[in-house]
Design a protein around this ligand. Structure first.
Ligand SMILES: [Zn+2]
Length: 276
């Protein structure tokens, strides 16, 4: 009898711990720049307990990388943003839909016509999901001072999907995370001309550190303190290019690459940021 009571007590304690972990919101804002090989994928966990995924890499790197940043019981992604429709940014998302309950998917206007996009649409259909089109200037308020703004969404009527990359700024009060997709410098120039406030502490460097992104003028406007490059080892593009690295260094940005470090985790408390 006594033994039974002990087991019941233990079960009650375990259940309470489980419940507490479930309802306890994240103390700090967390950004995980996921090691998805040659591709982009970043998970943001808000202090109000919401999960925002920006891009999903090219393949099955995504799920194990996500598991590093999400507790095992977490099965829900509140928002997915696809920066643009290149394989290395969204092919990994197809399998994700089987494992996680996804609530919203925000995407560029122009749709590709290829086998991967058909597979993606098929997967969306199976899960009863629809894409929503990103709108420039739209803001998403996640509470506790966390706001995501779409700085650029418009289709520039270009053959290169990189030009269409969504540019997102996620602000945790005073700390800004700027996500450039694979946007080339000509489009950075367009943003600069529009006088958009690009100033951000953390920059997800455009196009895996390509020399065709991260221009001098752009970096002067952003003034990043931390530059994260999502890039795979020995990739065939030679990313990151030395010219881009030189420009980042010249701007006194601390450079961190997923090919060297694996998943890079940044925390912020609204006033300051730090690396895990
Ligand atoms: Zn890319």
């Amino acid at each position: 009898m006594k033994r039974q009571i002990n087991i019941i007590t233990l079960l009650v304690i375990l259940s309470l711990v489980f419940l507490w972990q479930n309802i306890e919101p994240n103390k700090n804002f967390q950004a995980c720049f996921l090691d998805v090989g040659q591709g982009d994928g970043a998970l943001f966990r808000t202090t109000s307990g919401q999960n925002i995924l920006v891009d999903g890499g090219a393949d099955n790197h995504l799920l194990p990388a996500l598991a590093q940043c999400l507790p095992w019981w977490e099965r829900s992604i509140d928002y997915i943003f696809i920066s643009h429709y290149h394989d290395d940014h969204y092919a990994g998302l197809v399998d994700l839909l089987d494992k996680y309950q996804v609530k919203n998917i925000i995407t560029p206007t122009d749709k590709p016509d290829n086998a991967l996009y058909s597979a993606w649409l098929y997967a969306l259909d199976r899960h009863g999901l629809l894409e929503q089109t990103a709108i420039t200037g739209q803001k998403y308020d996640f509470g506790n001072g966390v706001v995501l703004e779409i700085l650029k969404a418009q289709d520039v009527d270009s053959k290169d999907a990189n030009d269409d990359s969504l540019v997102l700024k996620i602000s945790d009060q005073e700390i800004d995370y700027l996500l450039m997709g694979d946007l080339p410098s000509e489009q950075e120039e367009v943003l600069l001309k529009q006088n958009i406030n690009l100033n951000s502490e953390i920059l997800k460097v455009g196009h895996h550190g390509s020399k065709h992104s991260s221009s001098e003028d752009f970096l002067k406007a952003v003034q990043p303190e931390l530059c994260v490059i999502e890039v795979g080892t020995d990739n065939s593009y030679g990313h990151p290019h030395q010219e881009a690295l030189d420009r980042l260094q010249k701007n006194n940005c601390l450079i961190k690459e997923t090919k060297d470090l694996g998943t890079i985790i940044v925390f912020s408390d609204g006033q300051k940021w730090w690396l895990e």
